[in-house]
Design a binder for this molecule. Structure first.
Ligand SMILES: Cc1cc2nc3c(=O)[nH]c(=O)nc-3n(C[C@H](O)[C@H](O)[C@H](O)COP(=O)(O)O)c2cc1C
Length: 319
């Protein structure tokens, strides 16, 4: 049997595959005996687009979710503390039991999950799958509001404005250029291979990263896509961490059900569009992320996996 310490290090290793804003991977893990500590890494925070660190903490939440999935797949029962400051979370391996095949399958889903920026097909995500995704978000500690047709049109306008504001801002453009495009040999950022050659012609625009991509995105439209807001009750660090755990759980559920998820974070990065999203939620919740939900073309290969930092770069095992 592996020791708790080995299992925690392996879980942190699997969590390297978690999604993060611009693939910044802003997390660091310390294994100490039977505990695993997660901290944010401000050096990999997007200072212009994410000045308050919301998306950094949200990304760490997705990594925490993935680590817990990996521990469950090995049969480890864990307790998790989420202090309000740093570290963001402390996972304690409590008991080892025989692994459940369902949990092992979830670890496989984590390994195939990816961001798919290709056009979605004409086939919509079924109401039953949408409900499963909403349940996934609730399990993670947040909620999902699926937009109606009028709200999608409002979102399209909002995203046009947030995209335009970001394109006009020289510092934001420079920041994006530092993380996106090319081959990314340093193990972070979004490579050209994950970006469409040309953004699909959609009602709600995909993020314009301002650099050429090499991914064949297809002719399609987004007529059959659903757009949703991941949201919750609070706007503090523990809430953003929970939002990341919810995103991880929703995305794994989507991967298992053949649905493609594309996060669109530019409207939450700017205050005026974040306020507009909040109004869309009737002022009762805090928006964390906009998501496009659709069915990707099963006939063609999706984008290759994006690079990751090495284990040594993000995990420290203390004796
Ligand atoms: C908080 C957050 C915000 C993101 N925002 C966007 C976005 O606005 N546009 C986009 O195309 N991808 C977005 N992504 C997807 C990331 O770029 C992606 O997760 C990362 O490049 C790693 O690639 P992978 O998901 O394929 O593993 C976001 C992801 C997260 C977690």
């Amino acid at each position: 049997m592996t020791t708790a310490s080995d299992a925690l290090a392996a879980a942190a290793d699997a969590a390297r595959l978690a999604p993060s804003v611009h693939n910044t991977q802003p997390w660091r893990w310390v294994v100490r005996g039977d505990t695993l500590e997660l901290s944010a890494v401000p050096e990999r925070q997007l200072r212009e687009q994410d000045a308050d660190g919301r998306l950094m903490v949200l990304s760490c939440g997705a990594a925490l979710h993935h680590a817990l999935v990996a521990l469950a797949a090995e049969g480890w029962r864990c307790e998790v503390e989420r202090p309000a400051g740093e570290p963001l979370a402390v996972v304690r391996a409590v008991e080892h039991t025989p692994a459940d095949p369902h949990d092992m399958h979830r670890l496989q889903l984590l390994r195939v999950r990816r961001t798919d920026r290709r056009a979605v097909t004409e086939e919509p995500v079924t109401p039953e799958v949408l409900e499963a995704l909403a349940a996934g978000a609730r399990r993670g500690g947040a909620r999902l509001h699926v937009l109606d047709r009028d709200q999608v049109l409002q979102l399209a306008v909002m995203i046009e404005h947030s995209g335009e504001a970001q394109r006009r801002d020289e510092r934001m453009r420079a920041e994006t250029a530092g993380w996106v495009g090319g081959e990314r040999p340093g193990g972070t950022g979004v490579p050209a291979s994950a970006l469409p050659v040309e953004n699909p012609r959609t009602t709600v625009a995909e993020r314009d990263f301002g650099v050429p991509g090499t991914l064949a995105a297809g002719e399609g439209h987004d007529n059959a896509a659903n757009y949703a807001i991941l949201y919750g009750d609070g706007d503090e660090r523990p809430d953003w961490l929970a939002a990341g755990e919810a995103l991880g759980e929703l995305w794994l559920t989507a991967t298992g059900r053949g649905a493609a998820v594309l996060p669109l974070s530019s409207p939450v990065e700017l205050e005026f569009t974040r306020a507009a999203l909040r109004r869309m939620l009737g002022d009762v919740g805090w928006p964390y992320l906009v998501l496009r939900l659709g069915v990707a073309d099963p006939e063609h290969a999706g984008p290759p996996h994006t690079p990751r930092l090495t284990s040594e770069e993000v995990i420290t095992v203390e004796e």
